[in-house]
Design a binder for this molecule. Structure first.
Ligand SMILES: Cc1cc2nc3c(=O)[nH]c(=O)nc-3n(C[C@H](O)[C@H](O)[C@H](O)COP(=O)(O)OP(=O)(O)OC[C@H]3O[C@@H](n4cnc5c(N)ncnc54)[C@H](O)[C@@H]3O)c2cc1C
Length: 498
């Protein structure tokens, strides 16, 4: 074994980014250990059991399930999916209902086009344009071979070849937000649909790309859900010789001069390493694990500008319902207004998880409501005392349940609460900034947040995780782990081909 092969990489955080970093570190010939504060790995790619049901709390779509994409190869390498993976047989992105009108974004684009035009013939031109641009957006791929800053002209040309139409999508839908996209339509229900799924201030481009991931077959949902996928990745890491320490919170990254020597755990144990990869939330890294002064300027500016770079979190409720519930997948509908945190909602959605029978006993299914929350909402929840918090959660849960039953009377007396949780849960569980479960949102007129996963002033410390590139999510997490290892290799003058 070569000298380099014996070098040790410590990864802080056992989410998708951390596990990916560990696997790629082993592939590159390093020893690798992951330190995770929780008893279970997976971070935000998580699920848990309540009353005989499984609450699957992450994958609405997994970008990279099309074997033709480079990202598929990354997911396969980390053991998340392979040629034999079974996917949920879901048929749509979501349905929006206004009054007695309903429209759906089907995975089948022709069907969507037909239905939308039937709903609103006067919007035909705008609908056809929208559909055409979703087809263009199907070309969008996430760089997965190497970090953008390591790409040469040839790499860009190669990548550009497959995405020739993406600049058109950017030009047409990158400068308006979802609300403005809706305003292009005359039909009230289509208008509403455009800002139902993503918050109104998100760029319309994000909506098109998200929908295109589904229509292209590149955003399937692996059966058995999010936690099972995280555990498959952890298994792959262990099989390759990696070591995972759970219940091992890291307190500090030990910095001496321009290098890190390793980490200090919450219990005081010091663990030495040749390289450290942080795969925890960047607000926690820069400020708690190392001095805030090391935070890259652009990233620090994004944290300062809460309006320009908002975050996404949620107040969520999970229920057990009968499996014969008439609504499939996700549906948005009007409700009597309710204030959650600082926002008043006139509409909510429910998602039916009946597509995966492993989530509930026979005859049952899991239903979830996710009310999107923001930075200000996080502050609201965080400002409550312990008892006030519990009371608020219970009160809102009851009120939302009543609204769901009002919309779907068939659930009267047949809906059972499993659990409810808030932005504070993500903060407590994952040290997530303001409870965010994605990276910074890109709003119109602001540059997409992106930074190199290196720390100026600490030579052997690298950063992975969803905050490295907006909008975050699982694909960014998994490639960022790989990229962090490639940065080590590059610094050592070795091939980054892993
Ligand atoms: C409701 C919901 C729906 C989502 N839907 C999708 C979707 O459909 N598609 C998609 O792509 N993404 C989705 N996401 C987002 C996705 O889950 C995240 O982007 C991704 O899991 C982030 O991975 P990460 O490794 O960067 O961070 P994290 O998952 O936050 O991992 C960080 C890890 O570090 C650990 N940690 C923190 N502090 C310490 C410490 N001091 N010491 C040791 N360990 C520490 C944490 O416990 C955690 O395990 C969703 C998330 C949620 C919650």
């Amino acid at each position: 074994m070569s000298q380099t092969a014996k070098e040790k990489v410590i990864v802080i955080g056992g989410g998708i980014a951390g596990l990916s970093a560990g696997i790629y570190a082993l592939k590159a010939g390093f020893d690798a250990e992951v330190y995770e504060k929780n008893p279970v790995v997976g971070g935000e790619c998580m699920g848990w059991n309540r009353k005989g049901c499984h609450i699957d709390n992450c994958i609405h779509w997994l970008t990279g399930t099309d074997p033709k994409t480079g990202l598929w190869g990354v997911w396969k390498t980390v053991g998340a999916i392979d040629e034999n993976t079974e996917y949920a047989n879901t048929k749509k992105f979501y349905t929006s209902k206004v009054g007695d009108r309903e429209v759906t974004l089907w995975n089948d684009l022709d069907k969507t086009e037909r239905e939308l035009i039937e709903e609103s013939p006067e919007d035909e031109e705008e609908i056809k344009k929208f559909i055409q641009y979703v087809r263009y957006a199907e070309e969008c791929v996430i760089p997965s071979i190497k970090p953008l800053d390591m790409m040469g002209i040839r790499d860009y040309i190669e990548m550009g070849k497959g995405m020739a139409n993406m600049p058109k999508v950017m030009k047409e839908y990158g400068k308006i937000n979802c609300k403005q996209l809706g305003e292009r339509f005359k039909s009230p229900v289509i208008r509403q649909m455009m800002s139902d799924y993503l918050p109104e201030m998100y760029t319309a481009y994000s909506l098109l790309v998200s929908y295109a991931t589904m229509t292209s077959g590149n955003g399937n949902i692996p059966m058995k859900g999010s936690l099972a996928m995280s555990l498959r990745i952890a298994d792959r890491f262990r099989e390759m010789g990696g070591v995972i320490h759970t219940c091992a919170g890291v307190k500090e990254i030990i910095v001496k001069g321009k290098k890190t020597e390793g980490i200090r755990l919450e219990d005081g144990t010091v663990v030495k390493a040749d390289h450290v990869i942080s795969a925890v939330d960047t607000d926690f890294l820069f400020g708690r694990l190392i001095d805030r002064k090391y935070m890259p300027k652009d990233l620090a500016a994004a944290y300062e500008r809460r309006d320009a770079y908002p975050i996404t979190t949620g107040f969520q409720i999970a229920y057990s319902i009968p499996s014969d519930f008439s609504c499939e997948d996700t549906i948005f509908f009007d409700i009597d207004p309710i204030t959650i945190g600082t926002r008043t909602f006139g509409r909510i959605s429910v998602k039916n998880y009946s597509y995966d029978p492993s989530f509930a006993p026979e005859g049952k299914a899991v239903l979830q409501a996710n009310l999107i929350q923001s930075d200000a909402d996080y502050e609201f929840w965080n400002g409550l005392g312990k008892e006030e918090y519990a009371a608020k959660k219970a009160e809102l849960t009851e009120e939302i349940t009543a609204r769901i039953v009002k919309e779907f009377p068939e659930l009267e007396g047949r809906i059972e609460l499993l659990d409810s949780w808030s932005p504070l849960t993500y903060n407590r569980y994952c040290n997530a900034y303001h409870g965010s479960y994605m990276g910074f949102v890109t709003t119109v007129g602001n540059k997409q947040m992106r930074f190199k996963g290196v720390v100026k002033g600490i030579d052997n410390l690298y950063v992975a995780g969803q905050w490295v590139m907006s909008p975050g999510g699982l694909p960014i997490a998994v490639v960022s782990g790989k990229f962090a290892v490639q940065r080590i290799l590059k610094k050592q003058g070795r091939s980054i081909d892993i």
